[in-house]
Write a protein that binds this ligand. Structure first.
Ligand SMILES: Cc1cc2nc3c(=O)[nH]c(=O)nc-3n(C[C@H](O)[C@H](O)[C@H](O)COP(=O)(O)O)c2cc1C
Length: 220
């Protein structure tokens, strides 16, 4: 698979099969992904791969919290600015309409949307998840390093026939994740990532991108 194919076939998958991902594949992917660039080669990512009983336990803990109406832990960072402006607002709405609309869930069906969203904490059925932490004192440029690293992982997963879904939703229950992972106190959970084989029995709708003219300016 060449890089273009990996980029074009990567999409966030939200329904995985039961088929397990072997540790050999994960080692291969994560060994290669460590070549991702980072400012001054700090490599600020800290990755925990969770599967088997620990992942089942984590899913169970968060499912219980969600079922009890617990809206999550104190957030350590904002995922949007205080006021999401155009064109971001429209893009967010389009994602929601596409995702929930394809399941027949209306915009005002708050409970329906919450039910679908809660699948995040089941990793959409995936049996392997990765949790990515970084040191709490890392400034914005180092967060970008982590993003570059995560995309490298996602593309390499494609080369192995695997799919993924990055999940910042896990940060909403970061204390439960920490109970299972037990990270050093200076580390903060950025996001999880569900990893597995896409379920071929369901549709995996793709979300469109803004045209090049909206985000690229050639100055020549
Ligand atoms: C850092 C990051 C966090 C994300 N968190 C979530 C999440 O919590 N739940 C989810 O369903 N999708 C999540 N996504 C997936 C995005 O919604 C998705 O990448 C975007 O809509 C584009 O769709 P595509 O990945 O299918 O191309 C996340 C993506 C990124 C890069």
């Amino acid at each position: 698979m060449d890089v273009y194919e990996a980029v074009h076939t990567r999409q966030s998958i939200r329904r995985f099969t039961d088929r397990p991902v072997t540790p050999e594949v994960l080692h291969r992917v994560l060994t290669a992904a460590a070549n991702a660039p980072s400012g001054s080669n700090l490599q600020p990512w800290h990755v925990y791969v969770v599967a088997g009983e620990p992942l089942a336990e984590l899913k169970k803990r968060v499912a219980m919290r969600v079922a009890a109406g617990d809206s999550g832990d104190d957030r350590e960072f904002a995922i949007y600015p205080p006021e999401l402006r155009s064109p971001y607002l429209e893009r967010l709405a389009a994602l929601g309409d596409g995702r929930y609309g394809s399941l027949g869930i209306a915009r005002d069906d708050v409970r329906g949307r919450a039910r679908v969203r809660a699948e995040n904490w089941n990793c959409f059925g995936a049996r392997t998840a990765l949790f990515c932490y970084l040191d709490r004192d890392m400034p914005a440029p180092r967060w970008s390093d982590v993003g570059i690293y995560l995309q490298t992982v996602m593309l390499l997963l494609r080369a192995e026939g695997l799919h993924s879904c990055a999940q910042e939703a896990w940060a909403e229950y970061h204390r439960s994740v920490a109970e299972v992972i037990d990270p050093p106190p200076e580390r903060m959970l950025f996001c999880g990532m569900a990893i597995g084989f896409a379920d071929p029995r369901v549709a995996h709708p793709r979300i469109r991108r803004a045209p090049l003219s909206e985000h690229v300016t050639f100055v020549d």
